[in-house]
Ligand binder design. Structure first.
Ligand SMILES: [Zn+2]
Length: 428
């Protein structure tokens, strides 16, 4: 527990990288043994992969030998024998709560599991700057899913006073925030932005008339401009969190910014989404994580399907040694990979934020002659000097996505309403 200190778990958060890796491997090994012994699913899956927990001596063994799990796989196993199938690894009497997620997926927790996941989330909120004298409006969903209850309890664990605002009722949020001098707003970036607009509709200036000093956002892919605008609206810092229902909180951004520090209690790998092989440490790819503590339903080498821009490996002036997770670009499948680079619509959004005269766009990927070709078709709103804009735009896009696109500027209304944002015409 942090008290007045700078860190929640000083030793873990400031440990040299190599030592942390050893510590994580140790914990992962224990969890592999537990899962093999208690979960019929993991026993079968490890046996099929020809691996036993005791074979895992190094991180390389882990990466070579341990099979992945994913959301579709969890859904499949649970559906075979609802609600939890062969994934259940405790006597059902030990379960203390279950959450539902669309899929459907059921997430079971023992009381002990829950304490661990709350602790990780509290550490994340503390890392982002939440302190005991803060009052938080928690605007996430409290029903069925894990988010509301987990964050609510983690906020209390971090010592803040929580207002369980939940989703919707924007005017009530503003009234209560004003009444309580609420200092932290927690929610999806779009909902927080909507709250700023509601405040203005109510005749308030969210910067001057509310006391919000920190906006904690999660759960959505956002643009740089969106993050900046949100901070300006409230006159507050905006800090990000990344987590999934399956892994809990994976990373949190400290007041210094520059990415989200990986939580020391999750073993994170970044993979090439096509091959499942690890990318060079720091590079862009799919986030994969292993939780160390869940006993009810262990989550081992879970492929999240989320693509990150990569890791910031520079030392952070906050003193934490854990690498910082850069932005989430989107989901595997929504993000085409062209000439080895992931092309995220969000990177294109960031560029187009600076071109108010342009509107809707579509990403088209083709491979006419064994080479990938990227075309970005963009609608313009009114007649304009196309040649003047084209060169500057191609340059800006090239800097943002690191691939030179073909540009097709078309009249508003040309791209059909139902056209997919990414049209990948390559035959894979
Ligand atoms: Zn930091």
């Amino acid at each position: 527990m942090a008290g007045k200190n700078k860190y929640w778990s000083k030793e873990l958060e400031t440990m040299p990288h190599e030592r942390l890796k050893e510590h994580q491997l140790d914990r992962a090994k224990k969890q592999l043994k537990y899962a093999y012994k208690n979960s019929p699913y993991y026993k079968k899956s490890f046996n099929e992969a020809g691996v036993k927990p005791e074979d895992i001596k190094s991180f390389e063994d882990y990466q070579k030998g341990i099979p992945f799990i994913s959301k579709p796989k969890i859904m499949e196993i649970q559906a075979q024998n609802p609600p939890l199938g062969d994934l259940l690894a405790v006597d059902p009497v030990e379960l203390s709560q279950m959450f539902y997620a669309p899929g459907p997926i059921i997430y079971p927790f023992t009381q002990e599991d829950w304490v661990c996941v709350v602790e990780g989330a509290a550490r994340a909120l503390f890392t982002m700057g939440a302190r005991k004298d803060d009052i938080v409006d928690c605007t996430v969903n409290y029903n069925w899913v894990i988010a509301g209850k987990l964050l609510d309890e983690a906020m209390k664990r971090a010592g803040t006073a929580v207002i369980p605002g939940g989703v919707g009722m924007t005017r009530t949020h503003i009234e209560v925030m004003k009444l309580t001098n609420c200092t932290i707003l927690f929610g999806f970036p779009t909902f927080c932005q909507q709250l700023a607009e509601t405040a203005r509709e109510m005749g308030l200036d969210p910067d001057k008339d509310l006391s919000v000093r920190l906006v904690q956002v999660f759960g959505e892919v956002r643009t740089e401009a969106g993050k900046k605008a949100l901070g300006e609206a409230f006159g507050a810092k905006v800090r990000e969190l990344y987590g999934t229902a399956d892994l809990g909180i994976v990373a949190a951004e400290c007041p210094e910014g520059g990415g989200m520090h990986l939580d020391p209690d999750v073993l994170v790998e970044i993979l090439d989404p096509q091959t499942g092989q690890p990318v060079t440490w720091g590079e862009s790819g799919e986030i994969c994580g292993c939780d160390f503590s869940r006993k009810a339903m262990p989550i081992i080498r879970y492929r999240t399907g989320d693509i990150t821009e990569g890791l910031n490996l520079e030392p952070c002036s906050c003193g934490r040694t854990t690498p910082r997770l850069k932005r989430i670009l989107g989901r595997v499948g929504d993000i085409p990979r062209i000439k080895g680079m992931f092309i995220s619509p969000r990177q294109i959004d960031n560029v187009l934020d600076n071109y108010p005269e342009l509107g809707k766009y579509q990403i088209i990927v083709e491979r006419p002659k064994l080479r990938d070709e990227l075309t970005i078709k963009i609608e313009y709103k009114e007649p304009l000097n196309l040649e003047g804009i084209k060169e500057r735009l191609v340059n800006d896009l090239k800097v943002a996505i690191r691939v030179t696109p073909q540009l097709e500027l078309v009249k508003k209304g040309t791209i059909p309403e139902d056209a997919p944002l990414v049209d990948d015409r390559r035959k894979v």
